[in-house]
Structures are given as structure tokens and as C-alpha cells.
Design a protein around this ligand. Structure first.
Ligand code: BV8
Length: 242
């Protein structure tokens, strides 16, 4: 099967990859819905919402501060590194991620489409200005805008918020016009990201899913490689370059 996928990959012009939190799992970052996906007694869906933030910005920022501290101490794993090398190797290679941890960029990926934003960016809730903030830990929780004093929020997309339209359109366009799509480390639950592989399938692209367990997408894909992204991608890459 791997040989067939490699042949397919070599014959593809446009390559799209969609990643989820599973691609960062081997870097030691908790996934959303895995057993380690909880923080204190909360689930992500309860904290990553505008309602939770307006009700208790301090609690929501304590959660992000905790995640920022974890992420800051972690390194990209072999999965991130192989994907960064494929951006160099293939002229038309596009990486779409649901992750906000910035590990793809830390591994060297330059063209990363971040569907859900980035945990290292903050946005002023009054002026809407976005800036980078890499304070670990945050000096003040919740952090305030240095120019107007209003609350800052993480520059991420919460549940119930729409994605940036241009970013989403770009991701849909790439998914609809690719020859092969790799879907790596995502439970394919969160919309609209979870629809992207179906756009690719509808247009006849070859879809390769890499996951440690089957998902709702698995019955529909062309190839399902069961296992850890940090092991399977280096194995694929070894065959690609041999
Ligand atoms: C939207 C940023 C229009 C924040 C995230 C009711 C009200 C409002 C909306 C909804 C609603 N019902 C449904 C919705 C839509 C909602 C949604 O999809 N909900 C889900 C829960 C059903 N979507 C939205 O709200 C989106 N906006 O629809 O706007 C709208 C507007 C108003 C009203 C209605 C609609 C916005 C969604 C964006 C949410 N923000 N993140 C933050 O991170 O703090 S989503 C969050 O989930 C992360 O980004 C994460 O990446 C993403 C997806 O999860 P996964 O990445 O798949 O992670 P998960 O843990 O689930 O899975 C990990 C996978 O990896 C597993 O399969 C595991 O087996 C595998 N794995 C583990 N280890 C490995 C591995 N695989 C390989 N190797 C390994 N080593």
C-alpha cells in the first residue's frame, strides 16, 4: 500500500495536507478529545467559546496560559519535520492545519493555513488589533491591551465563531482542486474543517488518512494508514526519497 501511495504522490501536481491535534500528540501536546484532553474539569468546547470568555475571561485565559506553557516547552516531532520537508520538495504543496500551536512553523513550514488561528497571537477586544505575544507565563491574567486597556483575547476561532472567510475559502479551493490529500491526526468532527476531505473526495482526489484509530472519514478514504503520524510519515518519506 505504501508503494502505491508514494507512486500516487510522485504523480501528483497539487498536494494538500490537513492536520489536527493528533500531529502534535507525539510532541507531548494533549489532543482535544483524547483522554488527556481535559483541563481541570472542563472540556475544550466549554472554554473555547465567546460565552465562556465574556462570563469568565480569567478562567479562559488561565486555560490558554496553561496550554501556552505546555506548547512553549515542546518541540516539533518527525511528523512536523517531514511535512516541512515536503513543502520544499513539492512545488504545489499546501498545509492546512486546525492546530493553533505553531509547531508546523517551528518545524520549518512556511506556508501554513491556520484555520483556527494561533495561540501566540492576541487580539484587542476593543480595537481588533492583532499582535504576537509569547509571554510564558503571562504577566497579567487576563492580559489587557497596552494602548487602550481593553481585554485582550487569544487570536483563535472559538466554537460558535465563524472562521476567517478568506482563509476558509482558500482551504476549500485547495481541497477542491488537489490531486492528493493527506488527512493526519484529526477526529474529523469539528466543522467546517471536517468537510474539507469530502470536497477532495468529491473531486476525485486520492485521500490518505493517517490516524491511530478509525474515524467517521475512514470508510470513505482511498488509503487508511493506522498508526502514529510521527512514525508513518518518516516511513513514507524514506520510500519517497529512496
Ligand atoms: C462555525 C481553536 C459557523 C480554539 C478550535 C453549535 C453552536 C455553534 C457551532 C456549532 C454547534 N454545533 C456544531 C457547531 C459547529 C462547531 C463544531 O464543529 N462543533 C463540533 C464540536 C461538533 N464549529 C464551530 O463552531 C466553528 N465555527 O461553525 O462557524 C457558526 C457560527 C455560529 C453558530 C453556528 C455556526 C469553529 C470551530 C473552531 C473551534 N476552535 N480550536 C482552541 O484550540 O482553543 S477547534 C479544536 O478542535 C482544535 O482546533 C482542534 O484541532 C480541532 C479539531 O480537533 P482535532 O484536531 O481533530 O483533535 P481531536 O482531539 O478531536 O482528535 C485528535 C485525533 O488525532 C484523533 O482522531 C486521534 O485518534 C488522533 N491521534 C492522536 N494521536 C495521534 C493521532 N493521529 C496520528 N498520530 C498520533 N500520534
Amino acid at each position: 500500500m505504501l508503494e502505491e501511495i508514494i507512486r500516487n504522490l510522485k504523480n501528483s501536481k497539487k498536494i494538500v495536507v490537513l492536520t489536527g491535534s493528533g500531529v502534535s500528540a507525539e510532541s507531548g501536546i494533549p489532543t482535544f478529545r483524547g483522554k488527556d484532553g481535559l483541563w481541570k474539569r472542563f472540556r475544550a468546547e466549554e472554554l473555547a467559546t465567546p460565552h465562556a470568555f465574556s462570563r469568565d475571561p480569567k478562567l479562559v485565559w488561565e486555560w490558554y496560559n496553561w496550554r501556552r506553557e505546555i506548547i512553549a516547552s515542546k518541540e516539533p516531532n518527525p511528523a512536523h519535520k517531514v511535512l516541512a520537508s515536503w513543502e520544499e520538495r513539492f512545488p504545489e504543496f499546501y498545509l492546512i492545519t486546525q492546530n493553533i500551536d505553531g509547531l508546523h512553523q517551528k518545524a520549518g513550514s512556511k506556508k501554513v493555513i491556520e484555520l483556527h488561528g494561533n495561540i501566540w497571537e492576541v487580539k484587542c477586544t476593543k480595537e481588533g488589533i492583532i499582535s504576537e505575544n509569547r509571554e510564558v507565563p503571562l504577566k497579567e491574567i487576563p492580559p489587557k491591551c497596552s494602548s487602550c486597556g481593553a481585554l485582550l483575547r487569544p487570536n483563535v476561532v472559538w466554537f460558535g465563531e465563524s472562521l476567517d472567510q478568506a482563509t476558509l475559502n482558500r482551504a476549500i479551493d485547495l481541497s477542491t482542486n488537489c490531486d492528493i490529500m493527506f488527512v493526519i491526526g484529526t477526529s474529523v468532527i469539528v466543522q467546517p474543517a471536517a468537510s474539507l476531505p469530502y470536497f477532495a473526495l468529491k473531486e476525485g482526489a486520492s485521500v490518505v488518512e493517517i490516524n491511530i484509530e478509525e474515524t467517521l472519514l475512514t470508510p470513505h478514504v482511498n488509503y487508511f494508514l493506522k498508526g502514529k503520524a510521527g512514525e508513518i510519515l518518516p516511513e513514507l518519506n524514506k520510500k519517497l526519497i529512496s
